[in-house]
Design a protein around this ligand. Sequence first.
Ligand code: PMV
Length: 312
Amino acid sequence: MTVAIAHPNIALIKYWGKQPGPGNLPATPSLSVTLEGMRTTTSVEPWGVDTLVLNGTESADPKISQFLALLRQQFDIPPLKIDTSNDFPTGAGLASSASGFAALMTAINAQCELGLSACAISGWARQGSASAARSVFGGFVSLGAPNWEAKQEFDASHWPLNVLVAVTSDVRKHTSSTQGMTISANTSPYFNAWTETAADDFQSAKDAIRHKDFESLAKVAEHSSMKMHALMLSSQPALIYWNAGSLEALAKISELQSDGLDVFATMDAGPQVKAVCTESAAPAVSEALNALPNILRVVHTRLGPGATTVAV
Ligand code: PMV
């Protein structure tokens, strides 16, 4: 048996939409931070038939079956029991598929002795979920043109940012990211504007991170997140991932910014709000978010490492 762990990542520059053709390539470049404080733990072992246990319950997940079928076109992989669990809500906009496929591919690579490099593991993980390519690496990670391979830009120690995840719901999202992206690409009148402006946002964010320029990073990251949600809202049917708690948290973060705190907000395909801040701002941000009536809890995390196997 092999056990691997991986951490979710939060994109500061988002991707939303896929390139046409095979490979599950994103339509826009993205830049993320890998989060130390949340983890997926996945074990794999040879078994009579493929079996998936998700958070303690035997489950069927077509995304995982399709992923195994794809891998088996290239590698000799026996039927496997995959036992995977998250210490945070699954399928609720907290990047569980990112850490899930990163942990799964890391575990399969070791268990089946495939001998793949981290870059190749990431390439395969991307086929399961494009954001998973980024969770194979720690710190600040990019996924962009020309080769669409995830790459660590800076390690976690480069800039000790903190992330406070304001959890506003534990319920699974109504529309998966993959479905949502297809709907947006087919129906939002803003889709071309989104893809046309993404490369500049990506470059600005990379420069801001290199120079540890919080104000510039906050500006471009909030803009990227809001543009993605504008795209979702302008899709038909509209994709509304926010709830009352999301709005409360966004308003509070904006108030904290006016008070001079180094903090910004980012949201994915779910109602959770992630407040990214400097180490010194974290206690005040945490206290403010915890005091809001519609926030279930606040998870405080720092930046962390990539996916690894662990001894059993
Ligand atoms: O690759 P997926 O299916 O996990 O989609 C990720 C989409 C966002 O989280 C909204 C943006 C991103 O770049 O992570």
